[in-house]
Design a protein around this ligand. Sequence first.
Ligand code: FAD
Ligand code: UDP
Length: 396
Amino acid sequence: MFDYLVVGAGFAGSVLAERLATLHDASVLIIDKRNHIAGNAYDYYDDAGILVHKYGPHIFHTNSEKVFQYLSKFTTWRPYEHRVLTSVDGQLVPMPINANTLNKLYGLNLTCHEVEDYLAKVAEPRDQIRTSEDVVVNRVGRDLYQKFFRNYTRKQWDLDPSELDASVTARVPVRTTRDDRYFTDHFQAMPLHGYTRMFEKMLAHPNIKLMLNTDYAELKDEVQFRNLIFTGPVDEYFDYCYGKLPYRSLHFEHQTHDKPRYQEAAVVNYPNEHPYTRVTEFKYLTGQEHPKTSVVFEHPRAEGDPYYPIPQPQNSELYAKYKALAEALPHVHFVGRLGTYKYYNMDQVVAQALTLAEKLGIQRGSQQTSKVPVRSTIIVGIEEKTDTPKKDSEAA
Ligand code: FAD
Ligand code: UDP
């Protein structure tokens, strides 16, 4: 009999397994249907010996000291500030849009001070910022919207920005300065030896048993457990009884090239050309030195593993129905990007899992003193502010 069965060994499941075992001395069985830990943050050395991220580029950034300190128990860090170029009108220009982007794109010589006036002239003010189109045209006008956002978004989501919540394109800021970093969070770093090594340390506690290649559906009647933590898709748990929650998927095309550098930046975005959205060269992220280099192309797909919840009002409504079902279940806790159907970054998932671990600890304490079984289903929100959906406060 385990105190907890944890389904999914990504950030949500692994943080909870570690906290429950370490702080509450709980016995934990953690399973994953994949053949590895670390969920979508999984990294490994490819055939050429280059550290790559199987499921696309994962760059760690957070404003939460609590999250950063917690993960620092399991890894040392390599300072890393992420920079992205985007291919527009035959040039590679910095993304997010900033003073240098405008000057290079239009052959201007604007000072940072003049950029605000320039943007005010080209912007198409909207009374209400409801959609991903509103948020961009309201800030930078139609030409920049069409060059940088419209087609990338259509490719990534198979939806026009006017059909997606504002929060999606609002993740990418617009700057009047020359700051060309993708993120401005206080903590920006990569785990020195990779994510998988960090997860191995997290799960190394003697109270934690790990089973890979194991789907919850196969195992649920075979083991005994008092509580369940579920980090897979919430609609799958309920057999899609209200219909499927939509997710967007990707195909990752990995390549290795026989030269030390492939492209000019860690990530190059292709809004208007090619079927893929972006190309990532991993050596920029990891700092690895190697005579060859490995890259990944991201091809958006309708079918495949569920990577992105799709932020639209009708999907939030459908999720609310599943959430109500979840809240009526005793001893089952839904957490993570799929468990709570939220477009969360890694640090937001860690914060969410830490919050749930604290709540479960309080309940376990009261259970031990009162000897009354606790019936609890919690879908947690983020209590500590980590990162708004925007990448920084200057978001469009
Ligand atoms: P996951 O990592 O998806 O883990 C869930 C696990 O549950 C999976 O391993 C899955 O196999 C398992 N599972 C599901 N159902 C079952 C079942 N029935 N039985 C057994 N196991 C099951 N975040 C950032 O902060 N920075 C980035 O740069 C960044 N880049 C990203 C790039 C891409 C392409 C994607 C898709 C995401 C990116 N993210 C990034 C987001 C990040 O991946 C997530 O925030 C984080 O991995 C979510 O962790 P999780 O534990 O909730 O989910
Ligand atoms: N986006 C865009 N053009 C870009 C980069 C991003 O239109 O060059 C939009 C697109 O809709 C994307 C969203 O902004 O899905 C969020 O971008 P982000 O880089 O945060 O995506 P993620 O890393 O989560 O895939």
